[in-house]
Design a protein around this ligand. Structure first.
Ligand SMILES: [Zn+2]
Length: 522
């Protein structure tokens, strides 16, 4: 068995002849003696050799010399992590060079992020990808064409179906975006005006992405019990994938709120059934039980938000509306699991739960929320998922790691490190190998990233070296911007972006252009 193992490992070392012993080849960088997870093989102790922006060899011992050797004994060496759902597009295009490095990601070993999720991605994909030429970035990125951006451009904010001409224009925009290198079509059917679209309209657009090799990436219509319900929203995503003829990917999969908590097994069964029928259905997930929102957005009924804050404050003082407003808020608070599940993270009551604030004010939680909103609308963290559901989704081999990175929530600074620390080390929900493969190779394969997501000869040299004893998030709900610890080195396109645990400030990321199916673009 040992011999077979050695032969298999030797085969990974590319371009080495077993016979003659030529003078040792010189490479740029060798990461020596770490425990290597290639993204698809069982782990082994060995070396990774890098030349230029590519991996030259991976194996138990690579007999090269190098300009720089990193001693990785005791460390884990893995493909740089790929985050398929983020909101860092603005940071990547920022005028500030430090912001464009995305330190929060690099310090977790994330070397590639997708942007344009939730339907927000501009269809002008050439422009989005072109920005990196004049504004160098710290990580690689790729983008989706966003259904919301396309629908707004063609139809506006209106709650109506498109005309035939409008549908043709929207389809043409998807086709153009795909031909410029989009990963696929993203939607956020939960959000207006995307929520005004019926399933058929989305299918028509998704088909344009599918023809060209894209993926349908969806923040589904309802992750909770607000409109159609979680189960029907999952069914819709599967339908769009099937009828659109393309892989369907569910963004940040979850069962949000008390009405749907515990539904993870049923949702998993639906997706497994679609996969058993031959459909490609996948999902990503962030490893946190809370989402981030504001106190108004979490509790105030939509009708009462119409007209913005001035109108809302007037309604607070209107006795004729008091009953209806209170009833709506009581129902929303129930869906979110009660006042103890809302943590205010901003302003006068920062880092206190709503039940605690209510006790201090000697008011019921709804009255207390109104009192707080009268001062300002603070950001809140809403604990609305069960750990059982999180673990059930996480165990599925088609669920990959994501952050959904956006401000005011520790997921920006800590998602990958937390998943390792909490769900691999502390709770054994995943093995280390599963965590790594579902944070790299699975994501690259699902979205068709050429030459990324694995440590293999000829592939791009995106690599993370981390200390298995120390790798952890420090960001918390109370202090969401603390950088993760335990990442020793990060290589992006062959260049050290993190060295000795410190950012090198080298902006060596690239805009990744997805290659459309040959013959589908002029
Ligand atoms: Zn989303």
């Amino acid at each position: 068995m040992r011999v077979i193992g050695k032969v298999a490992l030797a085969a990974i070392v590319a371009g080495l002849s077993l016979g003659a012993a030529p003078a040792p080849e010189q490479v740029d960088l060798i990461i020596r003696g770490g425990t290597i997870y290639t993204g698809s093989d069982a782990p082994f102790v060995g070396d990774v050799a890098i030349s230029g922006d590519r991996i030259r060899a991976v194996g138990p011992h690579v007999p090269f010399t190098a300009n720089r050797v990193i001693d990785a004994a005791g460390m884990i060496v893995a493909p740089g992590f790929i985050d398929p759902h983020t909101h860092v597009g603005d940071q990547l295009a920022s005028a500030d060079a430090s912001t464009r490095l995305i330190p929060a990601f690099l310090m977790q070993g994330v070397t590639t992020a997708f942007i344009g999720n939730d339907g927000g991605g501009s269809p002008d994909v050439a422009k989005v990808l072109g920005t990196a030429r004049t504004r160098p970035v710290g990580i690689n990125y790729a983008t989706f064409a966003g259904f919301g951006a396309i629908r707004e451009r063609v139809i506006g904010e209106g709650d109506r179906a498109p005309t035939d001409a409008e549908l043709r224009r929207m389809r043409a925009l998807v086709a153009q975006a795909m031909c410029q290198g989009a990963l696929g079509l993203s939607t956020g059917l939960f959000y207006a005006p995307q929520s005004f679209a019926k399933t058929d309209e989305v299918v028509a657009l998704a088909r344009e992405a599918g023809i060209r090799g894209g993926v349908y990436d969806s923040h589904i219509r309802d992750e909770s019990s607000y409109t159609v319900g979680l189960a029907a929203a999952i069914d819709e995503a599967i339908t769009i994938g099937r009828e659109g003829g393309l892989p369907a990917h569910i963004s940040h999969i979850k069962a949000l709120g008390v009405d749907v908590q515990g539904q993870a097994p049923a949702i998993i069964a639906k997706i497994e059934a679609a996969r058993a029928r031959g459909q490609n259905v996948t999902a990503d997930q962030y490893p946190w039980s809370a989402s981030g929102t504001s106190l108004v957005a979490s509790l105030i009924p939509l009708w009462a938000q119409d007209g913005g804050r001035p109108a809302l404050l007037k309604r607070f003082d209107d006795p004729a509306l008091a009953r209806r407003l209170r009833d709506g808020m009581i129902e929303n608070l129930r869906k979110r699991g009660g006042a103890a599940k809302l943590l205010i993270v901003q302003g006068k009551y920062a880092n206190r739960r709503l039940d605690d604030v209510a006790r201090e004010l000697r008011q019921d939680p709804v009255s207390a929320a109104i009192s707080v909103i009268r001062i300002q609308d603070p950001r809140v963290v809403s604990f609305n998922q069960s750990e059982e559901d999180i673990a059930a989704f996480m165990r599925q081999p088609w669920v990959m790691t994501s952050s959904d990175a956006s401000g005011g929530h520790p997921r920006v600074y800590g998602s990958f490190a937390r998943k390792y620390r909490k769900y691999v080390v502390a709770e054994h929900v995943l093995t280390l190998r599963e965590f790594i493969e579902r944070s790299s190779a699975l994501t690259a394969d699902t979205f068709g990233l050429d030459g990324r997501g694995r440590l293999k000869p000829g592939g791009y040299a995106d690599v993370v070296v981390f200390d298995p004893k120390r790798y952890a998030e420090r960001a918390t709900y109370e202090q969401p911007t603390l950088t993760a610890v335990g990442v020793r080195s990060v290589v992006v396109n062959g260049v050290l972006a993190v060295d000795g645990g410190q950012l090198t400030r080298r902006a060596v990321g690239r805009a990744l252009k997805h290659r459309p199916t040959p013959g589908t673009c002029q």
